[in-house]
Design a protein around this ligand. Structure first.
Ligand code: ADP
Ligand code: ZN
Length: 728
């Protein structure tokens, strides 16, 4: 309950500072409510905090300081506070660190600032051009609304110069308005597409569940192109019609603009957007409007879960299996799981959409916790591509080349037919290894236990762990031999070089996240490719995630074995998902698709399962293995990473922790390690990892807290707990 505290009353304020509890203050003039965002003195500083409840008292109260002021923001709702507390408990994160995720509002509490907005003007432009006409049409259509320059330019599809020109001529008017205005209204009553039967059935089920106003999670499974997005937009429509807010989480910022366009087509306006690529001003508006109800729909990255929704009714996690939902630094949480927690607290529905669901979600369906809805065929006439292996052992391929004759011929066929081919290689840069042919030395990062990767477009070596770069040396840093350093292995840049040589007349485009200066540039290139602006697309992981290239009929996977190396128990699942996902890029329209997987081990069970397309069979086999090993999703795991600049220090503590494991034994949990972490050194800090494995029902968090609590972190030591680690 939101309680009011009168001036001078003792209140407990939770700040985002690294303290382990709330601090007592006196309520300011005018009093304050529970949940109020406040500014308080802390030592010599002023910090932001949230009124958590009544103060504790019971000590000398004469020294208690007063809240400086209550900030101009809707007080944090009880359900948000409950979410933060439970998320902190689950991830074993201190509450202040969790609270920080919920207070990431640029300029929180600052007075409203002004900005320029645009409305129809009263004159005619001297000369009418098509872009000008589009601007005027947009302004006329959305008459009552005032657009910012950027919004108007985007909505009308023109450059900002066109708008400025119209203003000069009085054909559009520019005026000041408060920055934080409500978003244009989305109209849930606008008719969507006519749904196919299985889509309609799924949509009806989702609408029904939303109508209950209660929590529930649905796994929406269907191959790429089966029309899942269309179905969940129906659920969004239902949610908006109820007057509640909806959130769509996407795994990759690069996908947002395509999705926003789709929302606009469906509901007639752009939704709010929340991710690291959004300007501070827009983020501020989003945060505020979500809290006040001026945003009906938010499309964003995982951190959008921490926005202060007034009434959240629906959360969609698109591509729910995607590993990027796991936040891997700072607070370690999986946005998919936190979405379910958030929704269960506020009575919202969750839709987990995927062509290749995670084993976790499968298990939850099996256990009866999630409902499952399936779309069994591709929408319209499109069919899932045929999948075939290319056995690299019998391909005649010279060294330092990666496109086999078989694949080359298939690509040539597409080019001849005016179709597109995608060559997939999940490796950024030119070559993963720079090797000295005189002494065998491989150039590594000075700060990390990682190789430096040559990026030829940048003309530098780059560490993919810490981002450090250095010039490509001509002399070996180890043996000082001159001109003996050579690139070894392929990256997308090198593959592009080979492809250009093989197909000199083809237009080759490379899609890799590091090759774009901005999201806008990436969007532009993706659109151009979709319209046929390239014959061959070379791409990393980025292309696997949901872009729609209608002319694409062939996918060639350069190295299907890449993800199967190493000892990670999740490798099979990841490879299976990625290969199915990439293959799904082919044949999304009328033309049938083909996926060719280059592999040295076509008889590997995972490769065979991928080729057979037998997802249920694969899942059952994987599930059986995980059950037998007692690992997630059939058991619980936590990873404890210790790091320090001093390697001895980390191993000593790791060893001590492995020995003093009584709290864990009491719940029947086991400790493995210490062992070097998957990346043993990052930014000069040595890292070791202990893995803890427990029964599904065991109270893992409390045991971990008791166990970790026995040790003091002296010197340079740092410890982080990762519940449900990505790799084990
Ligand atoms: P998914 O999300 O499963 O990949 P989408 O919802 O993106 O599938 O649908 C794939 C393609 O089919 C899109 O281009 C979409 O516009 C189209 N589509 C889906 N459902 C329909 C429908 N009922 N009527 C017409 N086109 C549809
Ligand atoms: Zn590095």
């Amino acid at each position: 309950m939101q309680q009011h505290f009168d001036e001078g009353a003792l209140v407990a304020v939770m700040t985002t500072q690294p303290l382990d509890r709330a601090l007592d203050y006196r309520a300011p003039e005018g009093g304050c409510l529970t949940g109020a965002f406040v500014e308080v003195p802390l030592g010599p500083r002023k910090v932001v905090g949230v009124v958590w409840g009544a103060g504790e008292g019971g000590y000398d109260l004469s020294k208690v300081r007063s809240v400086i002021r209550v900030l101009d923001a809707v007080p944090m709702r009880d359900e948000m506070r409950e979410f933060l507390v439970r998320a902190a408990d689950y991830t074993l994160t201190p509450l202040p660190a969790m609270l920080r995720l919920a207070t990431r509002a640029p300029g929180l509490g600052d007075p409203p600032s002004m900005r320029k907005v645009y409305r129809p003007g009263d004159r005619h432009p001297d000369r009418m051009t098509e872009p000008r006409q589009r601007v005027l049409d947009t302004l006329a259509e959305y008459g009552g609304l005032s657009f910012t320059l950027k919004e108007l330019a985007e909505q009308a599809g023109v450059s900002t110069g066109v708008i400025k020109g119209l203003v000069t001529q009085g054909a559009a008017a520019e005026e000041d308005s408060p920055r934080d205005t409500p978003y244009p209204r989305l109209d849930p009553e606008r008719p969507g597409m006519t749904l196919a039967d299985d889509q309609a059935t799924a949509a009806a089920s989702l609408r029904e569940r939303l109508a209950t106003g209660r929590y529930g999670t649905t796994l929406l499974r269907g191959v790429t192109g089966s029309g899942k997005t269309e179905v969940y937009l129906e659920a969004v429509a239902e949610c908006l019609a109820q007057g509640r807010q909806a959130l769509v989480l996407l795994p990759e910022i690069a996908l947002t603009s395509e999705f926003l366009t789709r929302v606009q087509a469906r509901f007639g306006a752009m939704p709010a957007e929340w991710h690291s690529g959004v300007t501070a001003t827009e983020r501020r508006r989003c945060w505020k409007m979500v809290g006040e109800g001026g945003a009906q729909l938010v499309v964003g990255a995982r951190s959008a879960l921490f926005l202060p929704y007034r009434d959240l009714g629906l959360v969609i996690v698109d591509e729910e299996h995607d590993t990027s939902y796991k936040q891997e630094d700072g607070v370690l949480y999986n946005a998919r799981d936190m979405a379910v927690l958030r929704a269960s607290i506020c009575g919202a529905q969750v839709i987990l959409a995927s062509a290749t669901p995670s084993l976790e979600s499968w298990a939850n369906v099996e256990a009866g916790k999630y409902q499952k809805l399936e779309l069994t065929s591709r929408f319209g006439d499109a069919v899932m591509p045929e999948m075939r292996a290319i056995d690299m052992r019998s391909e005649d391929l010279p060294g330092a080349q990666w496109v086999s004759p078989t694949l080359r011929e298939a690509v040539q066929q597409r080019i001849d037919r005016g179709e597109q081919a995608l060559l997939f290689l999940n490796r950024r840069g030119y070559a993963p290894i720079t090797l000295c042919r005189a002494c065998g030395h491989q150039i590594g990062c000075d700060q990390c236990d990682a190789r430096m990767v040559e990026h030829r477009f940048q003309k530098r070596l780059v560490c993919h762990q810490c981002g450090e770069t250095k010039p490509i040396p001509t002399v070996c840093p180890n043996c000082e031999a001159e001109d003996r350093l050579a690139p070894v292995g392929p990256g997308v840049e090198r593959l592009a070089e080979e492809t250009t040589a093989l197909f000199p007349d083809a237009r080759v485009a490379v899609l890799s996240s590091d090759l774009f200066g901005s999201a806008r540039a990436m969007k532009a290139q993706i659109e151009e490719i979709a319209q046929g602006g390239a014959d061959i697309i070379i791409g990393t992981q980025l292309v696997a995630k949901g872009h729609n290239f209608p002319l694409l009929t062939l996918v060639g996977v350069i190295d299907a074995d890449l993800g199967l190396q190493g000892s990670d128990l999740r490798a099979a699942e990841r490879t299976f998902q990625l290969m199915r996902q990439v293959a799904g890029r082919a044949g999304r329209s009328e033309k049938p698709g083909l996926a060719l997987l280059q592999t040295f081990q076509p008889e590997h069970p995972v490769i065979r399962a991928i080729l057979a397309g037998d997802e249920d069979g694969f899942w059952q086999a994987e599930a059986a293995e995980r059950k037998a090993a007692g690992v997630p999703p059939y058991g619980r795991m936590a990873g404890i990473v210790l790091s320090s600049t001093d390697v001895q220090e980390v191993f000593d503590l790791g060893t001590a922790m492995a020995h003093q494991d009584d709290p864990l034994r009491r719940i029947g949990a086991q400790v493995f390690g210490p062992a070097p972490a998957p990346i043993a050194r990052i930014r000069g800090r040595h890292r070791v990892r202990l893995l803890v494995k427990a029964d599904k029902a065991a109270p893992l968090q409390s045991a971990l807290a008791a166990w970790v609590g026995q040790f003091k972190l002296a010197g340079q030591l740092r410890l982080s707990v990762d519940i449900d680690p990505q790799s084990f």
